[in-house]
Design a protein around this ligand. Structure first.
Ligand SMILES: *[C@@H]1O[C@H](CO)[C@@H](O)[C@H](O)[C@H]1NC(C)=O
Ligand SMILES: *[C@@H]1O[C@H](CO)[C@@H](O)[C@H](O)[C@H]1NC(C)=O
Ligand SMILES: *[C@@H]1O[C@H](CO)[C@@H](O)[C@H](O)[C@H]1NC(C)=O
Ligand SMILES: *[C@@H]1O[C@H](CO)[C@@H](O)[C@H](O)[C@H]1NC(C)=O
Length: 357
């Protein structure tokens, strides 16, 4: 919709993010929106960063002269009824580097304070297992390009914020493609910044799912909350406001109290148990050479701890995960939040290093 000099399209998250920042900073903030819905990360990546993740060059032509790239935008046009059954189908340009070349690289000599990013749905079936490489690699590559392109005016490690995928309606039970992308968005750490993703910040959005969005559930309408959470990250990471809480609670200690049939979680900050949910924590329970995921209901909670009932597991507990679902909870109704900032506890998975102990 950007043709003919019209400016009908502006990203709502980008604009609201800028307005939140303006309210805090009290000076004008310039915004550039460069976006295209339904596109995979490969389209926004340079050849160099794809290569760093072992993604081979594309564009070899088969006998009919057609590209062999398996996923193109045709799916939706051919079967409109299936539009939401595979919600993340690619509907925009997907060719490697095409949007990097056309929509990002041309900006490289501008001086930027930072970048925000909201993408990932279109990778649930395309190089999903590599997203923990392609995303950090894209960030690194953009940083290098913009730093050099601006002759050093754009900071080498400029702040990079992103939205962790929200919830989407899915037909498949126990589909963990969305949770996996959410996890890969943090380079499999669960929070940012971290060693692989320095100077980054994240807005958790898995509790903002929108069943009745007229645009389809993949487009939740509450952009205000997304932008608000993102701006908290920007204030803390990009503008150095050390006291701003910008992420929800994560456990810093997980202890197996096997004789009591409990798993004890100690959080790094206060928690508010907003709602009981007996299924949102799950343990991987192993015995007889196989493991399966079982719910671990909350037994007790205090301001900074939870005890989970794991008595349903007769074997060894190999892992614990939280909110590991495409749609983990209803709108703003996840079980755990930070009481002051109302930020949701992010999803996580943790492995037991001594499952037999
Ligand atoms: C920035 O890049 C554009 C497009 O490549 C070019 O036309 C322009 O002259 C460049 N500006 C500066 C200041 O280098
Ligand atoms: C990325 O994720 C895949 C699939 O989950 C995993 O096998 C791999 O070890 C991860 N790589 C890194 C660098 O974290
Ligand atoms: C928690 O555990 C205690 C025993 O340790 C039990 O009496 C109590 O009913 C449990 N509460 C819940 C909510 O499971
Ligand atoms: C754990 O849950 C079981 C029922 O599934 C119950 O019998 C048991 O008392 C619970 N244990 C604790 C410590 O709450």
């Amino acid at each position: 919709n950007l043709g003919h000099g019209s400016f009908e399209y502006m990203s709502a998250v980008c604009w609201l993010f800028g307005r939140n920042l303006y309210d805090t900073l009290q000076y004008p903030v310039g915004l550039i929106s460069s976006s295209w819905g339904g596109t995979p990360i490969e389209a926004w990546s340079s050849g160099r960063s794809l290569k760093a993740c072992g993604i081979p060059k594309e564009g070899k032509l088969d006998k009919r002269g057609e590209s062999r790239s398996p996923l193109r935008g045709e799916v939706r046009a051919e079967c409109p009824n299936f539009r939401f059954t595979s919600p993340a189908s690619i509907s925009g340009p997907s060719k490697h580097s095409v949007l990097w070349n056309a929509m990002i690289h041309p900006l490289h000599n501008m001086t930027l304070k930072g970048v925000i990013w909201y993408q990932g749905e279109a990778n649930i079936d395309l190089n999903r297992d590599l997203y923990n490489c392609t995303f950090p690699a894209l960030i690194e590559d953009w940083r290098q390009t913009f730093h050099l392109g601006s002759e050093g005016q754009t900071e080498r490690l400029f702040p990079f914020g992103f939205v962790q995928l929200s919830a989407v309606l899915s037909n498949e039970d126990s589909d963990d493609r969305f949770p996996q992308i959410r996890w890969h968005q943090t380079a499999d750490v669960g929070y940012v910044p971290n060693q692989r993703m320095p100077n980054t910040f994240m807005a958790v959005a898995m509790d903002l799912g929108d069943r009745t969005s007229p645009f389809g559930s993949i487009h939740p309408r509450d952009k205000q909350t997304v932008a608000y959470r993102l701006h908290l990250g920007a204030r803390a990471v990009a503008y150095g406001e050390k006291k701003v809480t910008f992420q929800g609670p994560l456990p810093e200690k997980i202890e197996l109290l096997a004789n009591k049939g409990l798993l004890s979680l100690t959080y790094s900050q206060h928690i508010e148990v907003q709602r009981q949910d007996h299924e949102i924590f799950e343990i991987s329970c192993c015995g007889d050479h196989q493991c399966k995921w079982l719910p671990a209901p909350v037994n007790t909670s205090s301001t900074q701890t939870l005890a989970l009932n794991i008595s349903s597991c007769p074997g060894a507990v190999a892992a614990l995960r939280y909110a590991w679902a495409t749609w983990p909870c209803e709108y703003k109704r996840c079980p755990l939040y930070d009481p002051k900032s109302s930020l949701p506890a992010p999803p996580f998975i943790a492995f037991n290093c001594k499952p037999d102990a």
